[in-house]
Design a protein around this ligand. Structure first.
Ligand code: MN
Length: 199
């Protein structure tokens, strides 16, 4: 199945400003050696949540995290797998109109590169890790840094846990979803993003 078929089926690109997107396999750029991308988008849809996305296999593998990522290793956060998103979705910030899939404001809350923990041949190993249901990465973002693990619940197809690994970046007191609420791309609040979309 084409990796972005579900993503495109859910959306009307004549109404939503979201990117239609191309996966890497649909692009003609060939293999690159840059580190893969991660993004965390704050999404004020019917329920506020954070979309955690990792570049794996030419698309953004995606999880909806209701409480958002934590910097405290004891705070295991539920992460519900959602459809793959195109790579250019990583820089999407704006408002999905009323009546469209995912209607509401989207902010790029954090963005950066990551590397698989202890792995060199990045993309192959990431796809295997995803299939296995245990992905361990080291994030290099503006707000989130250091090791994070995504662990699939055994027997539950779409439910994972997002867990901060114990390292120098672990911090039980930091709580960045509260203390650092602005966009990592534009320094705007959710309210400012919504207001700017009205102009
Ligand atoms: Mn979402």
């Amino acid at each position: 199945m084409a990796p972005l078929r579900t993503y495109r089926r859910k959306r009307d690109f004549s109404k939503s400003p979201e990117p239609k997107g191309r996966s890497r396999s649909e692009q003609s750029t060939g293999k690159t050696h840059r580190r893969p991308l991660f993004v965390v988008q704050k999404h004020d849809a019917s329920h506020l949540h954070y979309d955690f996305r990792l570049e794996i296999g030419g698309a953004l593998k995606s999880w909806a995290v209701p409480k958002g990522p934590s910097t405290d290793p004891r705070q295991k956060r539920l992460a519900v797998e959602t459809e793959d998103h195109p790579l250019d979705y990583a820089r999407f910030e704006g408002v999905i109109p009323e009546g469209e899939y995912g209607a509401g404001t989207v902010m790029v809350w954090d963005i950066g590169r990551f590397r698989p923990v202890g792995k060199e041949d990045e993309d192959n190993d990431l796809e295997k890790a995803y299939e296995r249901g245990l992905i361990e990465v080291e994030l290099d973002g503006r707000k989130l840094r250091g090791g994070y693990a995504l662990k699939k619940f055994s027997g539950r197809r779409k439910q994972w846990l997002l867990i901060k690994m114990r390292d120098d970046e672990a911090d039980a007191r930091r709580n960045p979803t509260s203390s650092e609420p602005k966009s990592a791309l534009s320094d705007r609040t959710m309210h400012q993003i919504a207001r700017d979309a009205e102009d």
